[in-house]
Design a protein around this ligand. Structure first.
Ligand code: BG6
Length: 486
């Protein structure tokens, strides 16, 4: 049994992710009494602050980013902030890690390290930690994306990490795996006997995964311009969702079993290379338009120069194995789309023969809609008869069987995805973290697509901000007689 950490060392503590997500998440765990009572949080970044300066900055972040005012109680916030200390270091300077080690104390007591810094600092940080003795059997390392920009760079990062931290103590974060509804997908599939017999090419017509966002660059031009939608969203979050939909039942809900099954899915993804990209992928870049009634500038205007980076991608994927033979998986994601809406949509096959056809009724195939955001719910669309005496024919209507977790579990607090992941890191459970072979298989598939785009000189098509991407994205599915679920 792994021991819980007694120290959490947070790199990049003054950054956006830490202020918006990590500190509010840690507060949430603290408020619910879930953190080890003696857990100390040592924050580090370059900014020249002392403990009280950082605590006051952290306090401001809690006020800004914890939406539920009742949950943010002054006395609880005070005891939370007391857990925090701060050491200013330049992570690229090896000589400064000694000071960090002094504050952390004996790493032997169990240390969890969270790197939320630019990947260019990963190697130097790992070397610094190692030199300062902040590694060892009781030290775990969590890494935030981006873990490279392609397979080769991801391997370099993984090698650098592996030289100090063995795989079982390396926790690669994909925050989508911390989302409640994403985990609920596993409960739905493997906690019920109802779905699994149909969960294959005989029962399912196609799968859609959409992650649409209304935001644009959000001041992240430096990162996003070198990334684009495929690497920012598909390589990680969307492929993880696809794997959870497509994987075989693991023998247990444990780190090896779950990740073994996911990696098999990544390795079964049909390669989309130079000959296939044009027919199976669509890329777009938003121009000026309006989102939610407000005018917004185009991507290149925000950036200040012309760019070939895609802010939208739609693609048609296949998992080439027995279970999924011939079932298309349509994926799309983009910035500045009409609404923030992330979901997995499963369209089952229709009934083999409709007994109602002679009475003029249309029978729609069943659909399962798993909504991740903005609200979390799971709906199964089934056919029901519209009440009436049917003198003019039978009328059937699609009605939702609402598995709305929001209502059933109304008394449970909705947590930030990072709460789950931080607690698992502190307690040493890697099940919801991404293993090296997964990341590398994901990159291999993504690299082939990018190589195909380059080879075919594919450039993003325009779409107006506030629309569902270029019209070619609609054609991608319509060719197969499928409409995107909106
Ligand atoms: C991040 C991406 O990983 O996920 C962002 O870098 C994106 O570009 C974000 O906005 C979306 O996360 P969520 O949880 O808001 O869907």
């Amino acid at each position: 049994m792994t021991q819980p950490a007694h120290n959490l060392l947070l790199f990049g503590a003054t950054g956006d992710l830490a202020q918006r997500m990590l500190l509010p998440s840690l507060y949430g765990l603290h408020a619910d009494g879930l953190l080890p009572p003696d857990l100390r949080i040592v924050a580090t970044a370059r900014s020249d602050l002392d403990d009280s300066g950082f605590r006051s900055q952290a306090g401001d972040s809690l006020s800004r980013f914890i939406a539920d005012r009742d949950f943010l109680r002054p006395e609880v916030a005070r005891t939370f902030l007391e857990r925090l200390s701060y050491v200013a270091i330049d992570a690229s300077d090896q000589a400064q890690y000694g000071r960090l080690a002094e504050t952390v104390g004996k790493a032997k007591d169990g240390l969890a390290i969270f790197l939320s810094t630019a990947p260019s600092l990963f190697e130097a940080t790992i070397a610094g930690l190692s030199q300062a003795g902040l590694t060892g059997r009781d030290v775990r390392l969590a890494l935030e994306k981006p873990l490279g920009t392609d397979l080769a760079s991801s391997r370099m990062i993984n090698e650098a990490v592996a030289s100090v931290f063995p795989e079982e103590r390396t926790f690669r974060i994909d925050h989508y795996l911390g989302k409640e509804t994403v985990q609920n997908l596993l409960a739905l599939r493997f906690g019920n006997s109802l779905f699994e017999p149909l969960w294959n090419a005989s029962g399912i017509e196609h799968v859609q995964i959409t992650v649409s966002e209304t935001v644009g660059l959000e001041g992240r031009a430096g990162y996003y311009e070198g990334s684009g939608a495929l690497r920012d969203m598909v390589q990680n979050h969307m492929l993880q969702l696809l794997a959870l939909v497509a994987m075989e039942p693991p023998a247990q809900f444990g780190a090896s079993a779950v990740r073994d099954e996911k990696v098999k899915v990544f390795r079964s993804l049909r390669r989309i290379g130079r000959d296939e990209v044009a027919a199976n992928t669509v890329i777009g870049q938003y121009k000026a338009g309006a989102v939610g009634g407000a005018p917004v500038p185009g991507y290149a205007d925000e950036l200040g120069h012309v760019s070939g980076t895609e802010t939208f991608v739609a693609l048609k994927a296949h998992v080439d194995n027995w279970r999924w033979k011939g079932v298309p998986f349509y994926l799309r994601t983009g910035k500045r789309l009409p609404e923030r809406h992330s979901e997995i949509f499963i369209q089952f096959k229709g009934v083999p023969h409709s007994i109602f056809a002679s009475r003029g009724a249309v029978v729609q195939p069943n659909k399962l809609v798993i909504r991740l955001q903005p609200e979390e719910n799971i709906r199964l669309l089934v056919m029901a008869k519209q009440p009436g005496l049917d003198r003019e024919g039978i009328r059937l209507r699609e009605v939702p069987l609402d598995l709305g977790t929001a209502n059933v579990f109304a008394d449970s607090r909705r947590r930030i995805a990072y709460e789950r992941l931080l607690l698992d890191l502190i307690e040493g459970d890697p099940t919801l973290f991404v293993r090296r072979d997964e990341v590398e298989a994901q990159w291999e598939w993504i690299d082939a697509i990018r190589d195909g785009w380059g080879f075919n000189r594919m450039t993003p098509k325009d779409y107006a901000a506030g629309t569902w991407g270029p019209s070619a994205a609609i054609a991608l599915t319509e060719r197969d007689g499928v409409s995107w679920h909106e």
